[in-house]
Design a protein around this ligand. Structure first.
Ligand SMILES: [Zn+2]
Length: 316
């Protein structure tokens, strides 16, 4: 069965001109910092690590436009990959996720200190002190397929504690061994280490890129995250009703190795397979379920050699 990568979703939310936010107040374009003058944690809310994940833009502009200011500690709001964001084309709305490199895989010393150059590496090097300075990081993302929103984070107790306390999204993808395909922003430096002084660093996948519901959730999660650390107060009515939490553990990130990569049937995410059941074919290799209830997450919409094909997880 062939995939249908061109079944485009409705574009309920479109990018808007964000050049008014370029100046910021830190000397780094598109980075805004507010210091309360009182002791407290430094919280970073980051949007647009991927250029077409516009729910983060909606959340970040909400924080800035409504004048959210910390009562304690420091709040930083950043728009990461504005160059990719500005390359949006409604006729090809998945194309501007990245320009050259995946900005969410280059946060290792190896890449940041390395010899290569690209728009993503230039921006990561520029944002490096912003990410390094934060105690707690929320990195806002969205998915190509319209699936339930979920958290993604390294399997450190400090991350789980915060994600479970916030409780929305109610699904958690926990990474015991990282992504296996590079270093994401939330694992930069001390945030990638189990021991030490780092606080929580979480990705929120808020739903399908262009849905209003993703933009709404991103805004609520950003406010929840900032409130969780006491920087702002939220009234009880804005708190989500406690929902049962579902957790998955990432077992394997399957990269696309050949142009022939295809799933055995169309997948959007959260489908489950029995142990050894065939999930995808990649040239002459088979991708099979690693365990019973093997759950696929973020199956690629359009396989590209060298990029992630699918995440294989198991319920925990
Ligand atoms: Zn993303």
């Amino acid at each position: 069965m062939t995939q249908q990568p061109d079944d485009l979703p409705p574009l309920e939310v479109l990018p808007r001109d964000i050049s008014a936010y370029a100046k910021g107040n830190t000397g780094i374009p598109y980075v805004h910092r507010f210091e309360s003058g009182r002791p407290g944690p430094h919280v970073l809310v980051n949007a647009l690590t991927h250029g077409n994940e516009i729910c983060g833009m909606v959340a970040a502009t909400h924080l800035l436009d409504t004048g959210v200011r910390p009562e304690i500690g420091t709040l930083t709001v950043s728009f990461a990959h504005v160059e990719a964001y500005n390359a949006f084309d409604a006729k090809a709305p998945h194309e501007n996720r990245q320009l050259v490199h995946n900005l969410n895989r280059v946060w290792s010393d190896e890449w940041l200190n390395g010899p290569e150059d690209s728009p993503e590496l230039r921006r990561a090097r520029e944002l490096r002190p912003v990410v390094a300075a934060a105690d707690h990081i929320l990195d806002i993302h969205s998915t190509s397929q319209p699936v339930d929103p979920f958290w993604v984070y390294p399997a450190f107790a400090r991350n789980a504690e915060v994600a479970l306390a916030i409780g929305r999204p109610s699904i958690h993808l926990v990474m015991p061994k990282g992504l296996g395909s590079g270093t994401p922003l939330i694992q930069h430096g001390r945030h990638g280490e189990e021991a030490g002084t780092a606080g929580a660093a979480l990705v929120a996948e808020c739903g399908q890129h262009f849905l209003q519901s993703a933009a709404d959730l991103a805004t609520q999660v950003a406010l929840d995250f900032v409130a969780h650390f006491g920087l702002i107060r939220r009234d009880a009515a804005s708190r989500p009703k406690p929902a049962p939490q579902r957790r998955f553990e990432l077992m394997h990130t399957r990269m696309v190795k050949t142009p022939e990569f295809r799933f055995v049937r169309p997948l959007v995410g959260f489908e489950t397979f029995a142990k050894d059941e065939l999930i995808a074919i990649d040239g002459d290799e088979e991708v099979r379920a690693l365990c019973d209830e093997c759950t696929v997450l973020m199956p690629t919409r359009l396989p590209i050699v060298g990029r992630e094909g699918v995440y294989l997880a198991r319920p925990i």
